[in-house]
Design a protein around this ligand. Structure first.
Ligand code: XMP
Ligand code: MG
Length: 179
């Protein structure tokens, strides 16, 4: 039987195991190592959701790089609030740099659209976007995605950085809300 967990009185079932997650991360990192060698990219990690992904991915990165963080929030409970709040903006100098955004999940595309506006104001040389998960059926805003880990259904997910009102981020696997 598929393992289940309960968080905030909702039941979730296993969707992606730690092994599947780490396998995918290895192949994404291999591609980044190849595509950005000699470019010293800035990996721009979107907190909080991308924390686990960024840690595992960066352990597999062997090229010279820098690391920067922004903190954005749009979700409340299991739904997008339709409004992106910048809790911590872009502080490091990215002018003329190759920026690789590291996102956990792209849902409607609103968060990424807002982030792109913020990045472009700093005149980077180039922007590339990696998202570990993409809910393609939910996308409302057109966003450029250069690296995608998994296409996922339009259901609420938790674990591996993803949360329900702050809970579940520490889980090693990804779970989906049970219908
Ligand atoms: P948008 O709609 O702006 O959403 O593309 C992207 C951000 O919303 C969060 N998000 C989720 N968080 N489970 C979560 O825990 C989900 O299923 C989910 N879908 C979207 C996430 O922070 C992402 O950056
Ligand atoms: Mg996120």
């Amino acid at each position: 039987m598929n393992p289940t967990i309960v968080l905030k009185e909702k039941t979730f079932e296993l969707y992606l195991s730690e092994e599947e997650i780490l396998d995918k991360i290895k192949s994404l990192a291999a591609q980044l190592n190849e595509d950005f060698k000699n470019q010293r990219p800035v990996f721009l990690v979107v907190l909080n959701g991308s924390v686990m992904l960024a840690a595992d991915l960066l352990k597999e990165i062997t090229i010279e790089c820098d690391l920067s963080f922004v903190k954005l929030a749009s979700y409340s409970g299991t739904q997008s609030s339709g409004d992106v709040r910048t809790l911590m903006g872009l502080h490091d100098d990215i002018k003329d740099r190759v920026v690789v955004v590291i996102e956990d999940i792209v849902d409607t595309g609103l968060t990424l659209t807002e982030l792109m506006i913020q990045i472009l104001k700093q005149y980077p040389k180039e922007i590339r976007v990696l998202t570990f998960l993409r809910k393609s059926q939910a996308t409302k805003y057109h966003v450029q995605l250069d690296y995608i880990g998994f296409e996922v259904p339009n259901v609420f997910l938790v674990g591996y950085g993803l949360d329900i009102n702050g809970q579940g981020r520490n889980l090693r696997d990804i779970y989906q809300l049970k219908k």
